[in-house]
Design a protein around this ligand. Structure first.
Ligand SMILES: [Zn+2]
Length: 364
C-alpha cells in the first residue's frame, strides 16, 4: 500500500483550493476558490503546501497598502510567505541536479530571491537587489494547496521539527537574525529592549537575543503576554500601555539600553529612541502600526545614537537561523493553527494582536 506522501507525489490534480484576493479590503474579501494548479517553469518546483504561517505582509496584500517601499500588487493575488510543503514536481532545466531535493521530501521555502546577477545578488544579498522578489508578495504564495517557487529556494526540514514550527521561521526569524546578529551585532554584555516582544517578529528577536546571552527586556500589552516573554528568557517586561520609557530608564539606573528593536513604528519610535543609552543602536525591521514618526535630529546625533535598517535577511541569515532552530537552540512560538477555510478568522486574530508568536494555516 502506498503511503500518503507517495500518493501526493503521484496524484497531482488539475485544480486546487486557494485563498484568492480579487479586490482590496477587510477579511471579507478573502475567498476560497478553485484555481488551476500552476506549472513549474524553468528552475522552478511545484510544492504541495502543508502549512503556511501568516505575516503582516498578508494583511498589507489584502488591504492594498501603498507607500514607499511597498510593492504594487496585481490582482487577483494569493498571499502567503512562510511555506512548508512537499516537493511534487520539478520544472525543466533545473540547475545543480545533483543537489536536487527528491520528490516527496518535506521542505521549507526561503521566500526571497533576487535577479541572481547583480552585484548585491552576487554578494549573497538578494534583499538589496533592484529586482528583489518575495514569494507571496510579488508572486502567488502559500495560502493555497499548491505553489510554484524557485527550485534553489527550498531546504529540507529534519524529521524532529513540526511543519508548524518550521513555517514560523522564514519571514520573522530570518529578519530577526538579520537585525539582532548581523546588523545589531549583539554582544552577551548588551542590555536589549524588544518592542512588541509578543508578536511574531518580536518573539523571534527575544528568542535570538536571549540565545546570544544578552540581558533582554521587552514591552507587551497584557499580563499573559508578558508572562510568556519572561518564560522565554526576558529578565523584565513592561506594559506597552504604561509609561514604559520612564520605567526602563529606572530599570537601567537612568542609563538606557544598548539596543532597541522596534518593528511597530510610529506609535513607539520616539520612546524607543529615547530608551537608548549614549551611543545606543535602534534597529528597525518594520512599521506595522504606522510610518512617518516625529523625529528629533538632536536626540539622535547629540547622543551618538545609530538608527539601522534590517529588513528581510539574506541567504546566510536564513541558513544560520534555520540551523539554529533545527538544533532546538531557538523555539519559534506558534500560538494558533487554523484550517485554510478559517483564513478570515486567522487574519483577524493577527490584526487584533491578541496572539503570541505566529499564527499558522494548516493547508493539508
Ligand atoms: Zn540581483
Amino acid at each position: 500500500m502506498k503511503n500518503r506522501i507517495e500518493e501526493i507525489v503521484e496524484r497531482i490534480p488539475q485544480k486546487m483550493k486557494a485563498v484568492v484576493i480579487r479586490q482590496h479590503g477587510g477579511p471579507e474579501v478573502l475567498n476560497i476558490e478553485e484555481m488551476t494548479i500552476p506549472k513549474p517553469g524553468e528552475q522552478e518546483v511545484l510544492i504541495k503546501v502543508e502549512a503556511t504561517a501568516l505575516n503582516h505582509l498578508d494583511i498589507f496584500a489584502r488591504e492594498g497598502l501603498k507607500g514607499p517601499g511597498v510593492p504594487k500588487l496585481t490582482l487577483p493575488h494569493i498571499s502567503g510567505v512562510d511555506i512548508v510543503g512537499y516537493v511534487v514536481e520539478y520544472g525543466p532545466n533545473i540547475l545543480n541536479s545533483s543537489n536536487k531535493i527528491e520528490k516527496g521530501k518535506r521542505v521549507l521555502v526561503n521566500p526571497s530571491f533576487g535577479c541572481g546577477d547583480c552585484r548585491f545578488c552576487r554578494n549573497g544579498e538578494p534583499s538589496m537587489c533592484p529586482d528583489y522578489k518575495i514569494v507571496g508578495e510579488h508572486l502567488w504564495g502559500g495560502l493555497a494547496e499548491y505553489v510554484v517557487v524557485p527550485a534553489k529556494n527550498i531546504i529540507p526540514i529534519p524529521d524532529h521539527i513540526s511543519s508548524e514550527r518550521a513555517a514560523a521561521i522564514p519571514a520573522v526569524y530570518t529578519t530577526a537574525w538579520r537585525g539582532v546578529v548581523h546588523v545589531g551585532k549583539i554582544k552577551p554584555s548588551d542590555k536589549v529592549l524588544i518592542i512588541g516582544a509578543s508578536g511574531g517578529l518580536g518573539s523571534a528577536q527575544l528568542d535570538i537575543a536571549v540565545a546570544a546571552g544578552a540581558t533582554v527586556i521587552g514591552i507587551a500589552s497584557s499580563e499573559e503576554k508578558r508572562k510568556r516573554c519572561l518564560e522565554m528568557g526576558a529578565v523584565a517586561m513592561f506594559d506597552s500601555n504604561g509609561d514604559w520609557m520612564s520605567e526602563i530608564k529606572e530599570w537601567s539606573n537612568q542609563e538606557g539600553v544598548d539596543m532597541v528593536f522596534d518593528s511597530v513604528g510610529k506609535p513607539t519610535f520616539t520612546k524607543s529612541l529615547n530608551s537608548l543609552k549614549m551611543g545606543g543602536k535602534l534597529v528597525l525591521s518594520g512599521a506595522t502600526a504606522g510610518d512617518f514618526p516625529e523625529i528629533s535630529i538632536r536626540e539622535i546625533y547629540q547622543w551618538h545614537r545609530q538608527i539601522l535598517g534590517a529588513p528581510m535577511g539574506n541567504w546566510d541569515d536564513f541558513l544560520q537561523v534555520t540551523d539554529y532552530v533545527w538544533q532546538e537552540k531557538l523555539n519559534p512560538q506558534v500560538s494558533a493553527v487554523f484550517p485554510l477555510e478559517k483564513i478570515a478568522e486567522a487574519q483577524s486574530l493577527l490584526e487584533n494582536r491578541s496572539h503570541f508568536g505566529k499564527i499558522v494555516i494548516r493547508v493539508c
